[in-house]
Design a protein around this ligand. Structure first.
Ligand SMILES: *[C@@H]1O[C@H](CO)[C@@H](O)[C@H](O)[C@H]1NC(C)=O
Ligand SMILES: *[C@@H]1O[C@H](CO)[C@@H](O)[C@H](O)[C@H]1NC(C)=O
Ligand SMILES: *[C@@H]1O[C@H](CO)[C@@H](O)[C@H](O)[C@H]1NC(C)=O
Length: 384
């Protein structure tokens, strides 16, 4: 009968197509990530904080202020490996791989590191790993003694053989993931992260007087590769003018984007802070920021932060790049930097300096006159 009935054949064919296509689409649906099935995010979803800045701006200090919260999994400059593996590229070309690595870290997907690791065996293959409290705490490295404040040199000595897989566990065990980065030169490069339904991203943008940055760079000799990459943006041979022009331009552009024409997705997700304001009142800033990302601040942490920013308290545990009176450190450049260099730099960075309220000096006398304040008050427009 089937052989004779054309309508029946047609009917069977249509039926087969309907069944097959519904099977196919349910199979496809299973392959999709959960966000596309409109599943709400779990209430326990993490909060992510990205600290963006440039080299020698005090961002390691700022990172440490979050690193020591027991709820925070912290990494410093994880994308250094990306830059170092593609050193012939420009920083703008590298934005995408840098951002994608940061995205993976925020999602605790540490496999994303593997292409950049020589062996992929130990956490200690990663730059700066022993700066992270979470990676030095007894839960990750059983040879570490339990303590509120980690002992970094001890961690560097005893935790070198912790298997790389432990990093994912450590990340997943914390409610907050904080990453400090100096390799973003445009805010737009971060929009895909702000749109990602799996992330709850907040940004703190730290800026510093470029004269202090250059002064600090002079006593820090490890920036050759980074400077070459930055100079690739202008296809130029690296020199301090080229590098600072890119850096000042980037800080200015990022703030301008956030301030002038912020896309709705940046609302309540961006804070700008000047290093000079931060060191005047680190605890005050930190209280605001801990609220901003939903962290509580144990009193021990407050006491420790007070100590490291006032040069008081026990000077052990290798935390001491930040000791000493932070306020004085912020002014060191005025003694140290040659006026000729100051002049050249002011020329290159004057737009950025005007935007962030850093007053230019006209001559050497002004530079050395400490009664002359060079950090002008800024309108409190930094929070959107
Ligand atoms: C960490 O340990 C390695 C190997 O012992 C050493 O080369 C390096 O300088 C140490 N780093 C710090 C910051 O202590
Ligand atoms: C730095 O390089 C730029 C571009 O190559 C050049 O115009 C400038 O004169 C150089 N400046 C210094 C201080 O060498
Ligand atoms: C801060 O310093 C004081 C005075 O030296 C000390 O008693 C206190 O234990 C320190 N706090 C922390 C958390 O290290």
């Amino acid at each position: 009968m089937v052989g004779r009935c054309f309508v029946c054949k047609l009917y069977l064919l249509v039926l087969a197509i309907v069944v097959l296509s519904s099977l196919y689409s349910s199979w496809q649906l299973q392959k999709l990530p959960p966000a596309f099935l409109n599943k709400p995010l779990t209430p326990k979803a993490k909060t992510h904080l990205l600290i963006i800045s440039t080299w020698r701006s005090g961002s390691s200090f700022l990172g440490q202020l979050f690193n020591h919260s027991p709820d925070v999994f912290y990494l410093l400059e994880p994308t250094r490996a990306v830059w170092f593996s593609m050193a012939e590229k420009s920083p703008y070309f590298l934005h995408t791989p840098v951002r994608e690595l940061v995205r993976s870290i925020f999602r605790c997907d540490m496999q994303a590191f593997l292409p950049y690791m020589p062996k992929g065996k130990f956490i200690s293959e990663l730059f700066g790993w022993h700066e992270s409290r979470a990676l030095c705490s007894p839960k990750t490295c059983s040879s570490m003694p339990p303590s509120d404040i980690i002992d970094r040199p001890e961690c560097n000595r005893t935790c070198r053989q912790v298997p790389f897989e432990k990093m994912e566990e450590a990340c997943k065990a914390h409610s907050h993931v904080v990453v400090k980065e100096v390799r973003f030169l445009d805010l737009e490069a971060l929009y895909p992260l702000l749109r990602d339904p799996h992330l709850n991203l907040k940004i703190i943008h730290l800026v510093r007087d470029p004269r202090a940055i250059v002064s600090s760079r002079e006593s820090f000799l490890e920036l050759e590769v980074d400077d070459a990459i930055i100079s690739n943006a202008q296809k130029a041979t690296p020199n301090i003018s080229v590098v600072m022009q890119e850096i000042c331009g980037a800080q200015q552009r990022m703030y301008q984007t956030a301030l002038r024409d912020p896309p709705p997705l940046l609302k309540d997700r961006y804070i700008m802070v000047r290093y000079e304001d931060l060191v005047k009142d680190p605890l005050g800033h930190l209280r605001t920021w801990y609220k901003y990302i939903g962290l509580s601040m144990p009193s021990k942490l407050q006491s420790w932060i007070y100590n490291i920013t006032h040069g008081s308290g026990p000077k052990d545990k290798g935390f001491m790049p930040f000791t000493g009176d932070s306020l004085k450190i912020a002014q060191h450049w005025r003694d140290r930097l040659e006026f000729k260099k100051v002049q050249r730099l002011q020329d290159v960075c004057k737009q950025e300096m005007a935007m962030f309220g850093y007053r230019l000096v006209e001559n050497e006398a002004e530079q050395k006159d400490m009664s002359l304040g060079l950090v002008l008050p800024m309108k409190p427009k930094s929070r959107l």
